[in-house]
Design a protein around this ligand. Structure first.
Ligand code: HEC
Ligand SMILES: [Cu+2]
Length: 370
């Protein structure tokens, strides 16, 4: 395949190696359906006219009797057709289910209501980044309920069942441009019939049996091998590159994006308690203080993040996933700093107030354009 297959009436752009096979199967089934639809409809109209009731006639023909050749014919012919569909479908099915041995593994965690993608070198991202021209295997797990990963352009869809690993794989040979680069037109593939240079692929959750699955919309970026390696390196280091005193506002908002489905900053109740007033609240817990279970409130927050079930804040459920192995000490420090500066954050977006300088987090001078 040299180029992605352009979108058709039924299907979006086909950008993975299995897309042609899936589309072919669909085409075969569709054409069989069109054919029989036309034949059956034509015969029906013909019979309706031919055998219509006429005045003065009680029955125009006898009751129908057996017609052995006809009955054998309409049993055998469909069986052959269905076996044909099975063969075509089974070949794609085998391709889709067996990941090649040399596949690049990405760990995917689905949770209410978002995705986390983890790469072999420890890097993590909210959107999925994959190398081009190489099979990629997604190792899927859920930290709460049933989810389902769907990448229409790759013809990949797999349920994610709590307590069980499932797998999906694909190979896309077409780099979609650099990370963070917005496509000129998000529908470019549909409009121009070919992939825009920076075209990204939509990724959805299709398990619509809860309030937030429809918000689990992300993108897939396919990078050429060199850019992908570079991206992965940078991604695993991003937080280490930030000076300590700037962590709370440079790393905090990005990290908070992983907590915001359950925690608000403005006092609104969610799946978990709002972080509004969390520092005072944590300091006042009877088990926080010198000589107590947690020496400091920071200790308590740290434990809450790594071992959420250690103390379950009433009346909330023990519903928080652990971030052990996902957030390192620097990230936890950034979050603790973030909680101490809630007054300097926009409680709606979780980002730095627009009046503060995003470089230094100092109040901006009046009229400053930065
Ligand atoms: C799936 C929902 C969910 C996500 C995501 C989540 N939490 Fe929680 N969190 C909860 C719930 C529910 C509680 C209350 C029960 C408990 O203490 O475990 C809680 C409690 C807490 C507490 C204790 C709050 C208090 O008032 O004592 C802290 C601190 C906390 N979470 C931090 C975080 C951080 C940091 C993140 C993101 C890195 C995060 N949580 C992501 C659901 C979540
Ligand atoms: Cu979901």
């Amino acid at each position: 395949m040299d180029t992605p297959t352009p979108p058709t009436f039924w299907m979006p752009t086909g950008a993975s190696t299995i897309a042609p096979g899936v589309d072919h199967t669909l085409d075969v089934i569709n054409w069989i359906c069109y054919f029989f639809f036309a034949v059956i409809l034509a015969l029906m109209v013909y019979f309706v006219v031919k055998y219509r009731h006429r005045k003065g006639e009680r029955f125009r023909t006898d009751y129908p009797h057996h017609n052995t050749p006809l009955e054998i014919g309409w049993s055998i012919l469909p069986t052959i057709i269905v076996i044909g569909i099975f063969v075509v479908g089974f070949r794609s099915y085998l391709d889709i289910y067996t990941a090649p041995k040399n596949a690049f593994d990405v760990k995917v965690t689905a949770q209410k209501w978002g995705w986390t993608f983890q790469y072999p070198n420890g890097a993590q991202s909210d959107d999925l980044y994959v190398p081009a021209g190489q099979p990629v295997r997604l190792v899927l797990r859920s930290s709460d309920v049933l989810h389902s990963l769907y990448i229409p352009d790759f013809r990949v869809k797999r349920d994610i069942v709590p307590g069980r690993y499932t797998y999906a794989w694909f190979q896309c040979d077409f780099p979609t441009g650099q990370p963070g680069k917005e496509p000129r037109n998000p529908n470019a593939a549909r409009v121009e019939g070919a992939l825009d240079e920076a075209q990204r692929h939509a990724l959805f959750c299709t398990e619509y049996c809860g309030t937030g699955h429809s918000k689990m919309n992300r993108y897939v970026y396919v990078l050429d091998e060199a850019s992908f390696g570079e991206w992965m390196q940078k991604q695993s280091r991003w937080i280490e590159d930030i000076p300590e005193d700037q962590l709370w506002f440079k790393a905090g908002p990005k990290l908070f994006a992983r907590c915001s489905q359950c925690h608000s900053l403005d006092g609104t109740d969610g799946i978990g308690p709002s972080w509004k007033g969390i520092v005072e609240r944590a300091k006042a817990y009877p088990f926080v203080g010198e000589g107590k279970k947690y020496g400091t409130w920071e200790d308590y927050v740290r434990t809450s993040i790594l071992v959420p079930g250690d103390y379950v804040v009433p009346p909330y459920a023990n519903a928080m996933p652990t971030f052990k192995g996902q957030l390192n000490d620097v990230a936890i420090d950034a979050l603790i700093g973030y909680m101490q500066h809630l007054d300097q954050l926009d409680p709606k977006t979780g980002k730095l107030l627009p009046t503060l300088d995003p470089e230094t987090a100092q109040p901006r001078a009046a009229g400053a354009t930065k």
